[in-house]
Design a protein around this ligand. Structure first.
Ligand code: ME8
Length: 514
């Protein structure tokens, strides 16, 4: 029987500064998947949170003249508030400073130690505090007299200190076998190839403790060391499921995770270190890691120094939440980088939401009010044109499911918006206003139009939950009880359903307004 549980995670974000559009993007996309799966009858666990230990946070707290815990409390709250502002349906919000988490991390450490995968030695090499990452000599270059990472452009410093190591090299072949057995573990494909060639080029053992600062989880039995923040952070995905209690229902129902959704910047940690830690601890690795691209601002990566940080709250204030959600999901080619601009979002809102879906709902609802007393007609007879448009959605349910399971997000949106265009065309071609002498035909066109609105709105629920809910409520449907599978029938009519026209759904943006 098909497993009807689904576990999806976002990265846990560093509360070193308040959230920006990149964080919002990962979280919104994860929410779309979570909502879709719930709609399709899955029991979903959707996790997000904040990654609060390590040198980066310790430094940021110092800069703000706060102790690290107070600093984290303050900024983590802005991330938690954002989950509400973005209308996310996360089931938990984990903070790595919580006891449930640190206990899980120490437990995992002990397990790795017991299994012979940890030893004490000395680390000598490059480290980026900003990425909390170690870099090889060939991954570092000189730029303006400073050493920076080729991969991230962030400044690296030379570190020499006693450190515990994880025997990553021992897992190199096991990892390659694992990738081989699970060809869709890393997506998109191009990223997978990068990871595999990195692993094939040879893995060195990984330093997994730091000694030169104290903000972190202490190594059990050696309190001079704190556990490397990435070993700490990655463990969130299982600490939130009650690890080490692997018999708990959360762990049993949801591990291995179906999807770790992350940005491409942190692929190495998720696609190499994380499965290696898990294999070493005799825990099954997750099913998939998807590394999406960057949200660019003015065609560049957002950074404080460039002053081009995009604030999701600002954009929501101007355009509305659903508008922003739709835009990010539709316009950013999922897996690739995507540039964000006001002009772009305005075009997107006008063309897809206001002029297409919104317009179709509005014109249909007004027509029903004027010509059918606001009631869904019941005496209908479908012809082949009616069935064609209805079935073009209904018969594609399995394709729709695969698009989501394969993270083909843009194709999913395209499918919906194409159906909305078809529906507008259908309404024009059938011109119900000219059928006043043939009540049954008029009623049928109205019925089909409403039915298409119902199906499209169900498919839009994961992306624009407020607006799609509003439309479904207009049809007197309760989204809490709706299932994806109901798009396969044509049964909107529970005779006499009254349509409640709630007015304009998406305001068109007049580009001449300043
Ligand atoms: O790396 N475009 O946290 P972080 C798209 N704590 N997504 C972006 C983005 C952008 N410009 N900027 C950030 C960390 N992101 C670790 C993660 S997980 C166990 C630990 C998103 O606050 C994207 O998902 O730097 C990226 O991977 C993540 O935020 C990095 O967030």
């Amino acid at each position: 029987m098909q497993n009807k549980n689904y576990y999806i995670t976002t990265p846990i974000y560093y509360p070193s500064a308040k959230p920006h559009m990149g964080h919002a993007y990962s979280s919104i996309v994860a929410d779309v998947f979570a909502r879709f799966k719930r709609l399709d009858g899955y029991k979903v666990f959707f996790l997000t949170g904040t990654d609060e230990h390590g040198q980066k946070i310790e430094k940021a707290a110092k800069k703000n003249k706060k102790n690290p815990k107070d600093f984290c409390d303050e900024i983590s709250k802005t991330f938690k508030d954002l989950t509400k502002i973005l209308n996310l349906t996360n089931d938990d919000f984990i903070r790595t400073t919580e006891k449930r988490h640190s206990e899980a991390v120490m437990n995992l450490w002990n397990k790795l130690h017991k299994n012979g995968d940890i030893y004490l030695s000395k680390y000598k090499g490059w480290y980026s505090v900003s990425d909390e990452a170690y870099y090889n000599e060939d991954e570092v270059i000189d730029r303006d007299g400073k050493k920076v990472s080729i991969l991230s452009n962030s400044i690296v410093e030379w570190v020499e200190e006693e450190s515990f190591f994880f025997k990553l090299s021992k897992w190199q072949n096991k990892l390659l076998e694992f990738y081989n057995r699970n060809p869709n573990f890393i997506l998109p494909e191009t990223r997978k190839n990068e990871v595999i060639s990195f692993v094939k080029s040879g893995l060195k053992d990984l330093s997994i403790s730091r000694k030169s600062f104290s903000w972190g989880i202490k190594v059990p039995n050696d309190k001079k060391h704190v556990i490397y923040v990435w070993l700490d952070a990655l463990t969130n995905y299982i600490s939130a499921l009650n690890y080490p209690d692997t018999q708990s229902s959360l762990f049993k129902n949801f591990w291995p995770a179906d999807l770790h959704l992350i940005g491409k910047d942190i692929l190495r940690f998720h696609a190499i270190y994380w499965p290696a830690f898990l294999l070493a601890a005799e825990i099954e690795p997750p099913n998939r890691v998807f590394g999406h691209g960057w949200i660019l601002s003015d065609k560049e990566k957002m950074s404080k120094s460039k002053g081009n940080i995009l604030d999701p709250l600002e954009m929501i204030k101007i355009y509305g939440l659903d508008q922003l959600r739709y835009y990010l999901v539709k316009e950013v080619s999922f897996g690739n980088d995507g540039n964000i601009s006001n002009e772009n979002i305005e075009n997107c809102i006008n063309s897809d939401l206001a002029n297409n879906y919104g317009n179709f709902c509005q014109r249909t609802f007004s027509f029903v009010e004027k010509n059918c007393k606001g009631i869904v007609p019941s005496d209908v007879k479908f012809n082949s044109d009616d069935l064609k448009i209805l079935n073009s959605i209904s018969n594609n349910i399995n394709k729709i499911r695969s698009l989501i399971d394969d993270q083909q997000l843009n194709e999913y949106v395209k499918f919906i918006i194409d159906k909305s265009s078809d529906a507008n065309k259908y309404f024009n071609d059938e011109s119900p206003w000219s059928k006043k002498g043939d009540k049954k035909r008029l009623d049928t066109i109205v019925y089909v139009s409403l039915e298409v609105i119902r199906k499209i709105s169900i498919l839009l629920l994961p992306i624009i939950p407020y607006s799609a809910n509003k439309v479904l409520a207009s049809l007197n449907l309760d989204p809490r009880t709706l299932k994806l599978s109901s798009i396969t029938d044509h049964l909107i009519n529970r005779s006499g359903t009254k349509i409640i026209n709630q007015g304009i759904l998406f305001k068109k943006i007049n580009k001449n307004d300043d």
